[in-house]
Design a binder for this molecule. Structure first.
Ligand code: 13P
Length: 260
């Protein structure tokens, strides 16, 4: 059975006080959540990971970094290594987000190196892929996904499929208020899972959670998560509001109770 994951990517939002307060609120509002196969994750800025960890201690909510260096250590000013994240018991790191690809020219090859580094430190990569509007309109969505998957997984071996999470984030839906329809999203997710089956085999493909990201909010979350190959969300804007985030966690729980 696959896990449903509700993950908040806070991007460059929330300072130390806001992070601590928000995490304490989530901890208390989600304290009675017992569902198995549900993972709840928040991804604050690097510098606030210890603040979030501290405020969430004793809760089931886990913490993710938003990036990681592809290098192990050394003279790389400003970078944060997988070893550093592991030393803080950070369980996840987002890699390949379209904002990193766009503003920092990150390539699939670099994303692959980051994935490798994370896996070596038993940190779960949340690997982001997705097409731009121009690519979708040119009918290139599947070709783009295929080349991102091939590049980001080049030389990567997996054991179970649970040690890595994919987030399908169509770039045109991120922060725009435009959500992919559930059909569009399901089609892309099914394509991704099928690709995984070919590359890693049926069991790993069936085990891996594939999240949708791009203007997910309480109003569209249920419909998206009810799709066969959509196993949760990587949520930006709506994850910054406690009411919305908590509502989406409950949507995940109710999807599980319906046999997802
Ligand atoms: P929005 O939910 O704000 O569209 O952001 C999605 C995203 O980029 C999550 O990583």
């Amino acid at each position: 059975m696959r896990d449903i994951i509700i993950a908040g990517n806070w991007k460059m939002n929330k300072d130390a006080l806001q992070t601590a307060e928000f995490c304490r609120e989530l901890k208390s509002r989600l304290s009675d959540v017992k569902a198995e196969h549900l993972r709840v994750i928040v991804a604050p800025a690097f510098v606030l990971l210890p603040v979030a960890k501290g405020a969430l201690e004793g809760s089931r909510i886990e913490v993710s970094a938003q990036d990681v260096s592809s290098q192990a250590q050394g003279a790389f000013t400003g970078e944060v290594s997988a070893q550093m994240l592991a030393s803080l018991q950070v369980a996840y790191a987002i890699v390949g987000h379209s904002e990193r690809r766009q503003y920092h020219a990150e390539s699939n090859e670099l994303v692959r190196d980051k994935v490798q580094m994370l896996l070596q430190h038993q940190i779960t990569p949340i690997m982001c892929i997705g097409e731009t509007l121009a690519e979708r309109e040119a009918g290139e969505t599947e070709a783009v996904l295929e080349s991102q998957l091939a590049g980001c997984f080049d030389g990567i071996e997996l054991q179970t499929g649970k040690e890595l999470v994919i987030a399908y984030e169509p770039v045109w839906a991120i922060g725009t208020g435009k959500t992919a329809t559930s059909d569009q999203a399901q089609q892309a997710h099914a394509f991704i899972r099928n690709w995984l089956r070919g590359r890693f085999g049926a069991e790993i493909a069936a085990n891996m959670s594939i999240l949708y990201g791009g203007s997910m909010k309480p109003e569209n979350c249920e419909e998206l998560i009810s799709q066969a190959d959509i196993d949760g969300g990587l949520i930006g804007g709506a994850s910054l509001k406690a009411d919305d985030f908590v509502a989406m966690v409950h949507t995940g729980i109710s999807a599980l109770s319906k046999g997802k």
